[in-house]
Design a protein around this ligand. Structure first.
Ligand SMILES: [Cu+2]
Length: 118
């Protein structure tokens, strides 16, 4: 019985460690969405709190030019939210690039696009 209990305890441990990574939960504008006009900012919600010093977010246009204002910030009241403000965006497709470190020190990164219709 003891080895089984130990195995179950290990399983529970690894499950909680995996869920502690900061994965992207949702975004505004939403991943893959089309919005009618230029948003003032992009906000990302993660599944875990972030380390502000190691969490970055940028937005580029199709030519690879930065269109964010270079002010990525973890929300002071909710450390699961990372946000950057944007320059006025002409119609087009934009790529969001994020790289974060969660409070358990695990890094995760990803990209997605959204579109400004026009
Ligand atoms: Cu983790």
């Amino acid at each position: 019985m003891r080895p089984l209990l130990a195995a179950l305890a290990l399983l529970a441990l690894s499950a909680s460690a995996a869920s502690a990574h900061a994965f992207l939960d949702r975004a505004s504008p939403a991943v893959g969405s089309s919005v009618p006009r230029s948003p003032a900012a992009i906000s990302l919600w993660f599944t875990q709190e972030l380390e502000p010093a190691f969490s970055t977010l940028s937005v580029v246009d199709q030519a690879g030019t930065r269109v964010d204002r270079g002010d990525p910030e973890v929300d002071r009241n909710d450390a699961t939210i990372l946000r950057v403000t944007l320059k006025p965006l002409p119609p087009g497709t934009y790529k969001v690039i994020w790289r974060v470190v969660s409070v358990d020190t695990h890094p995760t990164e990803g990209t997605f696009t959204f579109r400004v219709a026009g």
